[in-house]
Write a protein that binds this ligand. Structure first.
Ligand code: 13P
Length: 267
């Protein structure tokens, strides 16, 4: 059974009044979903507000980034423990915007992944190739080396406690999503890399697709065998669009519980 996970990444958008309107517009739909876990990642200053707005709902909250350090004199940084303290369940790690605009290295991403787990958070590891890398035929190699950096740091057992999001850089914010076939191919490659380490765990790790998912293309993307949900940017800022995307992920299967969210093939 395939229970999907759909995560909204608001990036650096919103303000308190807009956040309240957006959540208010989403809840009537989100509260009726059967078989999809939804999480919302607002900007850090709004985590407490959004957490309060989502209290007593099944919608989880997550952060967009965390420090690789646990605590100390690191001005401006936010630790995993602080995010957990605010009620976060998820945290994005290694988003391509963090890698390309803020210089995050594979090694730093791996440390952040480990720090998230240490704080009891579920890290959502973002992987993806640039258009040049794709055109050069290097998609699998790039995604493989980004994954390997984290595998080398934490091992497959710990990696399997996280979620992986394949987000081709060329599809992010461009309106040009990967085709369902392109996305499925990349996801299958990631699944096979994981399976080479631990076949039983590989099938249980949620692999999300991100990059210009919208209300129109979501259902076909989510129908692919190795696509377990989505990481949604721009379309998550519009209540009608994000509601439709979440509905497209809702297979109407099992009721969501902490135990059955990720396990598409429970052992
Ligand atoms: P868009 O959905 O706006 O393309 O963004 C995807 C993304 O980066 C989510 O993390």
């Amino acid at each position: 059974m395939n229970n999907k996970l759909v995560i909204a990444n608001w990036k650096m958008h919103g303000h308190q009044a807009a956040n309240a309107r957006l959540i208010g517009g989403l809840l009537p739909t989100l509260e009726r979903l059967d078989s999809v876990q939804v999480a919302i990642c607002p900007p850090t200053p709004y985590l407490a507000q959004v957490s309060e707005l989502l209290a007593d709902t099944a919608v989880a909250i997550g952060a967009q980034n965390l420090s690789e350090r646990a605590q100390g004199a690191y001005t401006g940084e936010v630790s995993g423990q602080m995010l957990a303290d605010l009620g976060c369940r998820y945290v994005l790690v290694g988003h391509s915007e963090r890698r390309s605009l803020f210089g995050e290295t594979d090694a730093q991403v791996a440390m952040k992944f480990e720090a998230a787990l240490a704080a009891g958070l579920t890290p959502v590891l973002c992987l993806g190739e640039s258009i040049h890398q794709r055109r050069a035929g290097n998609t699998n190699a790039v995604v493989g080396s980004q994954l390997k950096a984290v595998l080398d740091q934490v091992g497959i057992e710990q990696l399997a406690k996280g979620v992986i999001a394949y987000e081709p850089v060329w599809a992010i914010g461009t309106g040009a999503s990967a085709s369902p076939e392109q996305a499925q191919q990349a996801h299958l490659h990631i699944r096979q890399l994981l399976a080479a380490h631990a076949p039983a765990l590989a099938s249980r790790i949620a692999l999300l697709y991100g990059g210009s998912v919208n209300a129109t293309n979501a259902a076909e993307l989510f129908a692919q065998h190795d696509i377990d949900g989505g990481l949604i940017g721009g379309a998550s800022l519009d209540a009608a669009c994000f509601s439709a995307i979440c509905q497209a992920a809702d297979t109407g299967a099992l009721p969501v519980s902490a135990d059955n969210i990720y396990n598409k093939d429970p052992a």
